[in-house]
Design a protein around this ligand. Sequence first.
Ligand code: PRP
Ligand code: MN
Ligand code: MG
Length: 185
Amino acid sequence: MRDPNIGEILIQSDELRRRVEVLGAEISADYAGPPAREIHLVCVLKGAVLFVADLMRQLTVPCQVDFMAVSSYGSSTRSSGVVRILKDLDKSIEGKHVLIVEDIIDSGLTLQYLLRNLSSRKPASLEVCSLLTKPSRAEVDVPIRYTGFELPDRYAVGYGLDLDQRYRNLPYVAALTDEAVAAAG
Ligand code: PRP
Ligand code: MN
Ligand code: MG
């Protein structure tokens, strides 16, 4: 039985799988060189967990993965751009080729903060791979090297994306129903 909060499916699981395969091949080709560069994936917890797990299995070049958890605080519906680090990377990224992996870029404020923060640590290169973008909601211009899909301005859940921490496990990306959006505020 379908959850009453879950509306239309926006991206089916087989579409996700095929796109992640293509992204993995593209990223692998870019970093294969010459010169070959080892990829240091930075997974932004928690949303990007499913994406990074699938993406890294498609990489055919050496890679490492580290995790960072950030929280933007302020109003609940709008990202304030004031970001707090809840969990920092375990290891230094100085001189490394860093690829930030995100599930979704919405306003862009979280990513803007991450780019500033990580670039100050002097990586050899710093790029971004986001499964989803919502161009209609962008408030700041952030350079996104690899994108999976552009989403319409709908509240989406699944494949890592949550509503109050739920629905991250859905194998597809779905829109919330209007009733669920209204109830969530
Ligand atoms: C979500 C999403 C991105 C960010 C995008 O994370 O996973 O990280 O918001 O929003 P922005 O572009 O407007 O800054 P969230 O803060 O909900 O944490 P989560 O990944 O743990 O769900
Ligand atoms: Mn997130
Ligand atoms: Mg979230």
